[in-house]
Ligand binder design. Structure first.
Ligand code: AMP
Ligand code: FE
Ligand code: FE
Ligand code: ZN
Length: 285
């Protein structure tokens, strides 16, 4: 079984339409794929309609969260929420707030960049986002199109990172509130790329233990941003805390180099996820 539990469409910051994402999943030989756009379920229906025979879809969302550490540091983190009730008023309200903030923030970053002389426009970036959940990858693509940087990765490193002066913070949900919201809406919360240090500071093992206590169900152990040591450490934590250990590509189409199926979840861990009581079931044959 080839199971990839984390992938983005152009409903957020991926470049494939949800239908293209489903074809790409079949072409990559996947049996199971999760569509997990940032703070939105907008891609789900198109994905279900386009589902190729033999492919199972796990609907999910990647929820933008934050944890304030004991020393006051603000650590951003992502919570995957699988098989969640998409009509739940509380989560939808929260995701709407986060998407609105993504838009205000992207606009503010564009203003900063334009003021500094970068040849990009809000109109083009708005078009690239296509009304979806907007993020820095859309700004990165505009910078590539304008010839400012050779690729998206360089755009992040040299222009869009939180260490650069153009950066503006977006709203995020406190991760403990998010855990409660996801559980109340019948979803399965899995901590995405928990030790992806290249993205910034990561939370402590103690915080992950507290999250497990507060209803966390799984840990994304195998992820392109985890080195071998991080992976081993995450696997140890998952065992210790009795969390489901997942693996996934975090595919973003041409916005990132990783292909679908580059990292996988094992069948036994996927079975554990299926055994849970959830608001929705995976969509398959
Ligand atoms: P935002 O959610 O707008 O703060 O932007 C963060 C998103 O940008 C993450 O979800 C990643 O998918 C993406 N991202 C971060 N770093 C990179 C990178 N170096 N190359 C491509 N995408 C990236
Ligand atoms: Fe992303
Ligand atoms: Fe993420
Ligand atoms: Zn992701």
């Amino acid at each position: 079984m080839r199971i990839d539990l984390h992938a983005h469409s152009n409903a957020s910051d991926g470049t494939d339409t949800p239908a293209e994402l489903m074809s790409a999943a079949a072409a990559a030989g996947l049996d199971v794929v999760a569509i997990t756009d940032h703070d939105t379920t907008a891609g789900w229906d198109e994905a279900f309609t386009a589902r190729p025979t033999g492919l199972t879809i796990v609907p999910g969302v990647e929820f933008s969260c934050v944890h304030t550490a004991e020393d006051g540091r603000r650590i951003s983190l992502h919570l995957l929420a699988y098989l969640i009730d998409p009509s739940d008023k509380q989560v939808q309200g929260e995701w709407e707030r986060l998407r609105a903030s993504r838009r205000t923030r992207a606009h503010a970053m564009v203003e900063n960049l334009v003021a500094a002389g970068y040849p990009i426009s809000w109109t083009r970036i708005d078009e690239l986002a296509g009304g979806g959940s907007i993020g820095r990858p859309h700004l990165a693509r505009a910078l590539v199109e304008a010839g400012v940087v050779p690729d998206v990765d360089t755009a992040f490193r040299d222009v869009l990172s939180s260490r650069q002066r153009y950066y503006v913070r977006k709203a995020d949900t406190d991760v403990f509130d998010a855990l409660a919201l996801v559980r109340a809406a019948g979803g399965v919360p899995v901590f995405a790329h928990p030790i992806a240090r290249r993205r910034g500071p990561v939370v402590s093992d103690e915080t992950i233990a507290a999250m497990a206590e507060a209803g966390l169900v799984g840990l994304e152990v195998d992820h392109p941003d985890h080195g071998p040591d991080d992976r081993a450490h995450a696997a140890g934590l998952a065992r210790e805390l009795d969390l489901i250990a997942t693996g996934s590509s975090d595919y973003h189409g041409t916005n990132k180099p990783t292909g679908l199926g580059a990292r996988l979840t094992t069948a036994d861990q996927y079975e554990r996820l299926l055994d849970l009581p959830t608001a929705l079931r995976p969509v398959g044959d």
